[in-house]
Ligand binder design. Structure first.
Ligand SMILES: Cc1cc2nc3c(=O)[nH]c(=O)nc-3n(C[C@H](O)[C@H](O)[C@H](O)COP(=O)(O)O)c2cc1C
Length: 418
């Protein structure tokens, strides 16, 4: 590619520093000797901007459109005392919304079942005070054109028996077979059918509240070894009734939740479903070992009413199965025909477990391979976790080739709501 400034034109900029100087691009073209066009861009940065531009284009799907392809994924922060999101939480999300994030999935927020949460500093999605707090978050984000969906969560057997900030400490954790997700030993009773119905109804009520408040969709947290995923995974689901059995049987709980949520929110409200192969503490775990198994797993969830799959991986560039470079989001898109969100170490070299296990601090990584996959249509949206947690302006800095100004993620960033 050749670029030059036409003679007699000065390097002019507008008030924001954007270059107003026409820059000419010439591309070799098989049909003609070359294609030439002029554009107005920063003469120094045009190559980077062109490669990344897909990230900053609007995304359109049947029920959800977003101003850019960049998603802030759910990241629990622990700054919501007594389960109530504060004004600082609203400001935290708004800062990201103002800087090129197209869709915010909020941190996991709890449905109205008394053992859903492991900490009273994590936000609830029920009760007047918490919902009023969420309304403020929503209004703050909607001062921009960014979209926002709460991530609805129940931790299941990942809830401890004791703990300083444990809500309803007299209650044991609940799960499909009462199996502790870390030790894989049975420590509680299997969930009764009545409890299963109660949880399904609580998810549906929370989704209805999200719609009533004005959110742009909901995400159901079916990943990372929490309650819904405990039903999916054979190590934590040893039931022999209709909620257990083979992989398809183990999707029944999630399918019933999705059905109930769909009934509560109507046909046009977007339902995003997050799932993962890995589980917290079991990073090599898998639900599906082949594309055929993945297809069998996804089919009932798709039929139940999922609009977008959020496919959680730790490194977006890793192939999910041998013989293809497609990652989990790539395969999910191919198998279901639904839009997908990919995620995992965008802009960073180390994966997110380093944030918790004392591994090395993150180093910056190029975003170009990601833009290339988006352009190739492997997946539709990309979630950027720690990079955006550490620097609210990360996306804008990438867009304007200001990588050198990016504040790189460190564990210290978890301690504040910048
Ligand atoms: C501090 C922190 C909190 C997180 N909390 C959640 C959560 O509540 N729900 C969820 O689905 N994922 C959660 N995640 C996972 C992220 O959504 C994301 O998938 C992960 O950080 C990988 O993206 P990254 O490599 O860009 O950081 C969390 C990650 C971090 C670092």
């Amino acid at each position: 590619m050749i670029q030059f400034q036409p003679p007699g034109i000065r390097d002019e900029r507008d008030k924001t520093g954007k270059c107003l100087t026409p820059v000419r691009f010439r591309f070799p073209c098989p049909a003609a000797s070359e294609i030439t066009f002029f554009t107005f861009m920063n003469a120094q940065d045009e190559l980077k901007i062109r490669d990344m531009e897909i990230l900053f284009q609007p995304f359109h799907s049947r029920k959800l459109s977003t101003p850019t392809h960049i998603v802030l994924p759910a990241m629990t922060r622990g700054f919501s005392p007594n389960g109530v999101p504060t004004d600082q939480v609203a400001a935290y999300y708004k800062r990201r919304a103002r800087h090129e994030v197209g869709l915010i999935i909020t941190e996991g927020t709890f449905i109205d079942e008394p053992s859903a949460s492991p900490s009273s500093n994590y936000p609830n999605f029920f009760g007047g005070a918490s919902l009023r707090g969420w309304k403020k978050v929503l209004e703050a984000v909607h001062t921009t054109d960014c979209k926002i969906a709460p991530q609805l969560w129940h931790v299941g057997m990942a809830r401890p028996f004791k703990g300083e900030n444990l809500p309803n400490p007299e209650l044991p954790p609940i799960g499909p077979s009462g199996i502790d997700v870390n030790t894989l030993e049975q420590t509680a009773e299997p969930m009764s059918i009545a409890k299963i119905e109660e949880v399904i109804n609580a998810f549906a009520r929370a989704a209805a509240d999200a719609k009533r408040l004005g959110f742009d969709g909901v995400e159901l947290h079916g990943a990372h070894g929490y309650l819904i995923d405990q039903f999916f995974w054979k190590e934590t689901n040893r039931r022999t009734d209709e909620y257990g059995g083979d992989l398809v049987g183990r999707t029944r709980f999630a399918s019933r939740i999705i059905h109930a949520v769909r009934k509560a929110v109507g046909s046009q409200f977007p339902i995003i479903f997050r799932f993962s192969q890995w589980k917290t503490g079991h990073y090599n775990a898998k639900l599906a070992y082949t594309p055929m198994e993945l297809e069998a797993f996804l089919a009932p969830l798709t039929d139940a009413g999922v609009d977008i799959f959020d496919c959680s991986t730790r490194r977006f560039w890793e192939p999910e199965f041998e013989g293809s470079r497609l990652n989990l989001a790539g395969w999910t898109r191919k198998l279901t025909g639904k839009p997908t969100i990919s995620v995992g170490s965008v802009g960073l070299k180390g994966d997110f477990t380093n944030a918790f296990d004392g591994g090395p601090e993150a180093e910056a990584a190029s975003v170009e391979p990601l833009a290339e996959r988006l352009k190739a249509g492997e997946f539709d949206l990309i979630a950027v976790g720690r990079a955006l947690l550490a620097d609210a302006e990360w996306a804008e800095k990438i867009r304007h080739a200001r990588e050198k100004d990016i504040h790189l993620f460190t564990k210290e960033d978890l301690k504040t709501l910048k």
